[in-house]
Design a protein around this ligand. Structure first.
Ligand code: 6R9
Length: 640
């Protein structure tokens, strides 16, 4: 950490330790003070009221306060920075005109869209599904929901019609927002057609609002589908924000767990807003006026907290990029950095690894001299990619904040703070304020000192999810029953002698492909839904670019003779059922899967075969038929 950095940082190392101590020893006063970063309509009288234990389980922050998050992201900035740019939008193609939207204009657009939602009968507490690519209107739709107290549920635009339909049905949305087509890397994505397909399965949707992006000729259903531009044209730019309780729901975001069905993670208003704003400011050492770019999609939690809510609550200029890192060429990210003089860049290791492979030449064509801080999120960043990011992209000038967190945590949990935390490549380092990590062994005993274990968090923080939509019992069971009185993250972790945390990856049946979380069970149930498939088991395998790839063992029905054509068909099938991000990298046809006598698939063995590590299969004696394993090894496809 260069000395000049520490001298000018918002928080230096001594201040970090002091603030951290106060945040856990005196949470009431710490959070009461930090919550002043928001405008409250009615101030709260108590900051924290939480318990992770079954008998008095509950998570409530700032519970008797009221506020509106859209007003905090927009209205309160109008007097001082109404003409500042809120969103810079960089389109897929560098030759298409970009857009710069001021806080004043964004406020007007949000009010219009909020009034449109109201005119379609959307009330406080209702769910609105947003299926949009990276266009400013995604932020407009989110903020409009927040303004009237509707709960948004964004479905990543890369998901299939089936996945979309499941999410619409689970939260009972009556209104869907989409575009004619999306545009990514020069390719068109038929989003409206996907919605039409999805709606054949969900009867409850009454209204679809369709933004024109490419102008494609798409069918519009009379009385159901409305063109965004003409519908908002008749709406007023005045829409008073609803007074929301701090614990009123803000959004649902579906994420994968170890069971087949994605969970609707629910975040509420006050605590989430404090957490998104605080972490955005401290983690990125953000100063007013800086140009900030988080390259995540709004369909993921990182886009929620660090493209939209965190930066806008802080009055920042947030860059929104529609495209992909290597289109039209692998310089694109760094060209955008130069074009807007981006000071803070936040991206995913998978993109960095892909760009690293293209060679430094593409980077050297750009200046990048505006960069001050670099961030990483979504999966462990391997030291090689870390060094490249630091030396080649940042030219050794910029601290790297490797932020560990989850959809469930609302914002960054374990992360360096620029200037305050000496960096170690590959380590997410130290806990954020109010975050109390602990390591436990498989029996739930807390392990002290330098050790390896399961990562749990022993007390609540404001940005924590509050429930699984429609299934509070599942919320408790998933996160608080494994190790009593703690929040179970699902991640394995090592703590070193300096107290730094090193996340080692998921310990449950969740895999992380290019930073996208997927339950192996979801992919398995998609495979089994194919008429020729009897059984399937999916595991992660190491993948140079994606971090993890998808390795599927498939047993076909007896009369089927599996061949390459079927393999291709199954790959297509999974893409259609879930979406392209779930494309299997390997399908191995297996006459049988390794099972215990009670019929449980021994995934441990399949993981080893997936990893091509046959030396260490462990005990196979409890298998019903140990010869199955030999067959799997003998027929493992030779991969490049
Ligand atoms: C924000 C986000 C959460 C899972 C998480 C962990 C992995 C995220 C990481 C990281 C190591 C980091 N993860 N950030 N692992 N270092 N800096 O990614 O949310 O999509 O819910 O994924 O991602 O395994 O449990 P989400």
């Amino acid at each position: 950490m260069p000395a000049e950095w520490a001298a000018s940082a918002l928080i230096d190392e001594a201040r970090y330790f002091e603030m951290y101590r106060r945040s856990v020893e005196e949470p009431e006063s710490f959070w009461t003070e930090e919550a002043k970063r928001l405008d409250w309509i009615k101030p709260f009288t108590k900051a924290k009221n939480t318990s992770f234990y079954e008998d008095d389980f509950g998570i409530r922050w700032f519970e008797d306060g009221t506020l509106n998050l859209s007003a905090n992201c927009l209205d309160r900035h109008l007097a001082t920075r109404g003409d500042d740019i809120a969103i810079i939008w960089e389109p897929d193609s560098p030759t298409e005109p970009n857009r710069k939207i001021t806080y004043r204009d964004l406020h007007a657009e949000v009010c219009r869209f909020a009034n449109l939602l109201k005119s379609k009968g959307i009330k406080r507490g209702e769910r609105v599904t947003i299926y949009l690519p990276m266009v400013p209107e995604a932020a407009v739709a989110m903020l409009a929901c927040a303004r009237i107290g509707a709960i948004h549920s964004i479905v990543f635009a890369g998901f299939s019609p089936d996945a979309l339909a499941g999410r619409i049905t689970d939260c009972d949305s009556r209104l869907v927002v989409t575009t004619d087509e999306g545009l990514r890397g020069g390719r068109r994505v038929p989003l409206k057609a996907n919605v039409d397909e999805a709606l054949k399965q969900c009867s409850g949707v009454e209204t679809v609002i369709v933004l024109k992006r490419t102008g494609a000729d798409i069918p519009m259903e009379e009385g159901r589908d409305f063109d965004w531009a003409s519908a908002v044209a008749e709406q007023s730019t005045d829409c008073p924000p609803e007074e929301m309780n701090a614990e009123d729901p803000l959004f649902i975001l579906y994420t994968s767990g170890s069971t087949g069905k994605p969970k609707g993670v629910l975040h509420t208003t006050g605590g989430y807003a404090v957490w998104a704003s605080l972490t955005h400011q401290y983690v990125f050492d953000y100063r007013p006026g800086q140009i900030y770019w988080c390259a995540a999609d709004v369909g993921w939690v990182t886009g929620h907290s660090y493209v939209v809510y965190g930066p806008l609550a802080n009055g920042a200029t947030t860059v929104m990029f529609e495209g992909v890192p290597n289109y039209p060429d692998p310089s694109r990210f760094w060209q955008i950095v130069d074009k807007y003089e981006v000071e803070i860049f936040y991206g995913a290791p998978t993109a960095l690894r892909a760009l690293m492979r293209e060679g430094d030449e593409w980077v050297h064509r750009t200046s990048r001299k505006s960069l001050r801080v670099l961030g990483s999120v979504g999966e462990p960043i391997n030291p090689e990619a870390w060094e490249w990011y630091h030396k080649v992209i940042g030219e050794g000038r910029c601290p790297i904040v490797d932020t560990w967190w989850q959809t469930e945590t609302g914002g960054a949990m374990i992360t360096p703070l620029p200037g305050a935390t000496p960096l170690k490549p590959g380590s997410a380092s130290r806990p954020m304020f109010g975050v109390q990590p602990a390591l436990v062994d498989n029996d739930g005993n807390v392990i002290e000192g330098a050790a390896d274990g399961c990562l749990v968090i022993t007390d609540s923080w404001p940005g924590q999810m509050r429930t699984v939509w429609g299934d509070h019992e599942r919320f408790f069971q998933t996160y608080f029953s494994t190790f009593k009185g703690t929040y179970f993250t699902g991640d394995g972790c090592r703590r070193d002698e300096d107290g730094y945390y090193w996340i080692t990856g998921r310990i449950d049946d969740v895999i992380n492909v290019s930073g996208h979380r997927m339950g192996t069970a979801e992919i398995e149930s998609a495979l089994v839904a194919h008429p020729k498939v009897a059984e399937a088991a999916v595991v992660g395998m190491p993948h140079e670019i994606k971090g993890q790839g998808i390795y599927a063992f498939v047993t076909c029905n007896a009369e089927v003779d599996p061949d390459d054509a079927l393999r291709k068909e199954l790959v297509q099938w999974v893409r259609q059922e879930i979406g392209p991000i779930a494309t299997p990298d390997v399908i191995q046809f297996a006459p049988g899967l390794p099972k215990t006598r009670s019929g449980k698939i021994m995934r441990r063995i399949l993981r080893k075969i997936g990893e091509n590590d046959m030396s260490n299969l462990g005990d196979t004696s409890t298998l019903a038929d140990p010869s199955v394993v030999d067959n799997l090894i003998a027929n493992r496809p030779q991969l490049a």
